[in-house]
Design a protein around this ligand. Structure first.
Ligand code: ADP
Ligand code: MG
Length: 665
């Protein structure tokens, strides 16, 4: 029985809902903090500036008119006045409010005057009598009403229910953190912004100290696990480099040197190779593989999609054909007989390099001498999958490749690796992609661009968030967009690509696109990696705001792969508010900058997926903005690890249990 049953105002139904959210006790409830706060304050109209987001009192002057753009997309417009100043108010996708809007109704509207004081674009509208000024906590506990939860928690606070401190006293003092019961008061019912910021400061610190403890513990555990030294043939590699056909960039050379140093050391390599899309990571992987093969060891290369694995296979074949290296491709669609042959050839080392998808860890592969495991687009794999590949050999060296740069602290936490190589420049001669955000109503001008590019014999990708139309979403599907475009362009020159097609069909379509038999390829984000068609110069991304920045950047990496000028059109619904985020893509094509910005805005959980072990769940802290605080936390973590204090030990144990790989390996 839980003590929640004793709480006034909580019935069995609500308790059940709370339990489903892992809130099982009064203490859990007190520690269930608001997800966000709204600071509600009205601004008198005479103080409002252009483009400033404000809430103002208005009186409605006219009935509302509704315009529909597409399915579920609408604009509601009416006239209003504030202090004798009259203007138009527009709000998107709230057509259901229309019946409540008629002359003399008093409202509070939130939004901004975008260009002039005669038109206000609202993001929110409430009846004046329902508007609550002050700091409003938002709990977002499923369908449990915020007011209900607040009432219950306030009563618990009035009853002075106390809970136990979790942080060592020393830390509270040295970092000037609020004690836990004070924190709880401030976070649930802040009297002012000062109290709220005191509370948030402690919560940020708490999140960062757990993260810092993880990092320090892993560093301590990184006992140099032994590996075989790879006695590679450096002359062979040097000859190969002369024949690649291009000069390696500075970053490629440095990364190669770092990897080669690891290969000839007796310490197991655990290196993350970061480089923007198109920076040329593959050739670095080819060099490392050739070296390992020349040292009489085998190499396994795992890629997240069949398309990419297939692409790598072609590249490796092309480069290493004349070097007497045996390369094979293994995917879940390889025919059974072929599969058996490949497995047997791997187990007696007839195959030097095996390239594949998840099949590499699913199938019963046994290597005779696995010396190097490479994982491309590593963020698409979970910790378990990476571990499984590693375990196919006796401490094989590990090379993880990624187009999304990760700060060092995160790399340690997620990959338990602090060895990072970075390729920061792109090969010479690439033109930067002209990127622009368009509202859907401007699509006609994009059709013109497509027409121009097709007339130049260039090709176009159109990326959609959905495969098929869906009842409860107004996002574009490949189906819908294909229909739309086939009214403007010859359907014989178009095709659709998505994940539900068989691998065979996917490759067939991509081959036709490669040969320029298809001009417009309507696709899901499936083309994100591994598709190389230099002649494709234009990309449309529908509902661009529904993708992450790093993903958009990766997607547009499919164009701009030659000396042709390329264009990326990010298409969003009309009237969308959060466009600032997308504008960074208009302004830079530096993936490192974009990734840092993304991380700052969305946090590591959103960017890398919370289901990856080691990705910290930050509700309050921000790795980029709170870097200074993290530095303090790292110092404190070292103290906690060596402290005898009971609370320090509890913290230490809590974190230690989350570090698994060292126990299981
Ligand atoms: P990514 O880092 O995104 O995996 P790739 O390895 O696929 O990039 O390389 C993109 C393209 O650039 C390939 O066609 C490759 O041959 C080419 N490339 C790589 N390095 C260089 C270089 N130093 N000079 C010129 N072209 C290069
Ligand atoms: Mg790549």
């Amino acid at each position: 029985m839980s003590d929640l049953e004793k709480v006034n105002g909580l019935g069995p139904k609500t308790i059940k809902k709370l339990n489903d959210l892992s809130i099982n006790s009064i203490e859990d409830l007190l520690l269930c903090f608001p997800k966000s706060y709204k600071i509600q304050k009205k601004t008198p109209i005479e103080q409002v500036k252009i483009n400033q987001v404000v809430s103002i009192d208005v009186e409605v002057l006219s009935k509302a008119t509704i315009f529909f753009f597409r399915k579920n997309l609408s604009k509601l417009t009416f006239k209003a006045q504030s202090q004798g100043q009259s203007f138009r108010i527009d709000i998107f996708n709230r057509h259901y409010l229309s019946s409540q809007i008629y002359p003399s109704v008093k409202l509070v509207v939130t939004g901004r005057f975008k260009e002039r004081f005669n038109a206000f674009t609202a993001s929110d509208i409430v009846l004046e009598k329902n508007y609550e000024e002050g700091i409003i906590a938002q709990y977002q506990l499923g369908d449990i009403n915020d007011g209900r939860i607040k009432k219950v928690i306030h009563q618990l606070l009035i009853d002075n229910i106390l809970i136990n401190e979790t942080l060592p006293k020393e830390l509270l003092v040295s970092r000037k953190l609020e004690p836990i019961n004070q924190l709880i008061r401030y976070i649930h019912i802040p009297n002012d912004e000062m109290e709220l910021s005191r509370a948030i400061y402690r919560l940020k610190y708490e999140e960062l100290i757990l993260f810092a403890l993880r990092i320090e513990l892993i560093k301590g555990l990184q006992k140099s696990s032994q590996s075989f030294i790879k006695h590679y043939n450096i002359d062979l590699v040097k000859d190969f480099i002369k024949e690649i056909g291009f000069e390696l960039t500075k970053g490629q050379k440095e990364a190669t040197n770092e990897i080669f140093r690891d290969l000839r050391s007796s310490k197991q390599m655990n290196r993350l190779l970061q480089g923007d899309v198109g920076s040329g990571k593959t050739i670095v992987a080819v060099l490392a593989s050739l070296a390992v093969v020349s040292a009489k060891s085998q190499v396994a290369i795992m890629a997240p999609t069949l398309v990419l694995a297939h692409q790598h296979y072609l590249v490796f074949e092309k480069y290493l054909k004349t070097y007497n290296v045996n390369i094979a491709l293994l995917t879940s669609e390889s025919p059974a007989k072929e599969k058996r042959q490949i497995l047997s050839d791997i187990s007696n080392h007839k195959i030097d390099i095996i390239i594949g998808t998840h099949a590499l860890i699913q199938e019963n592969i046994e290597f005779l001498n696995l010396g190097l495991a490479i994982i491309d687009e590593q963020h698409r794999f979970g910790v378990e999958q990476r571990k499984k590949l590693r375990q196919k050999g006796y401490y094989p060296d590990l090379l993880l490749m990624s187009a999304t740069p990760i700060p060092r602290s995160l790399a340690i936490s997620i990959f338990e690796s602090s060895d990072i190589s970075q390729i920061t420049e792109k090969p010479l001669g690439r033109k930067s992609i002209i990127t622009k955000v368009y509202e859907y109503s401007q699509i006609k001008s994009i059709y013109q661009l497509i027409r121009l590019e097709i007339n130049l014999n260039h090709q176009v990708y159109v990326v959609c968030p959905l495969i098929e139309e869906s009842q409860n979403s107004n996002r574009f599907s490949t189906e819908e967009v294909y229909q739309l475009l086939s009214k403007k362009f010859d359907p014989n020159l178009m095709d659709i690509l998505h994940g539900k097609l068989s691998d065979k069909d996917k490759i067939k379509i991509l081959n036709r696109f490669q040969k320029n038999q298809i001009k417009i390829l309507v696709s899901t984000s499936l083309i994100e990696v591994g598709v190389h068609v230099d002649n494709a110069t234009t990309m449309l991304i529908m509902n661009a705001n529904t993708f992450g920045l790093a993903q958009l950047h990766q997607l547009r990496g499919r164009i701009g792969r030659s000396d042709l000028q390329s264009y990326c059109c990010l298409i969003v619904d009309d009237g969308l508010e959060d466009l600032d985020r997308l504008s960074i893509l208009e302004n830079t094509d530096d993936g490192f900058k974009i990734s840092e910005y993304d991380l700052k805005l969305r946090g590591p959980g959103e960017v890398f997926g919370n289901n990856q072990a080691g990705v910290p769940k930050f509700n309050f802290a921000n790795l980029i903005e709170d870097e200074a605080l993290l530095k303090n936390a790292l110092k404190d973590a070292q103290k906690i690890i060596s402290s005898e204090d009971k609370k320090s030990k509890e913290l230490y144990d809590k974190v230690f249990q989350t570090i698994e790989s060292y126990h299981l390996d």
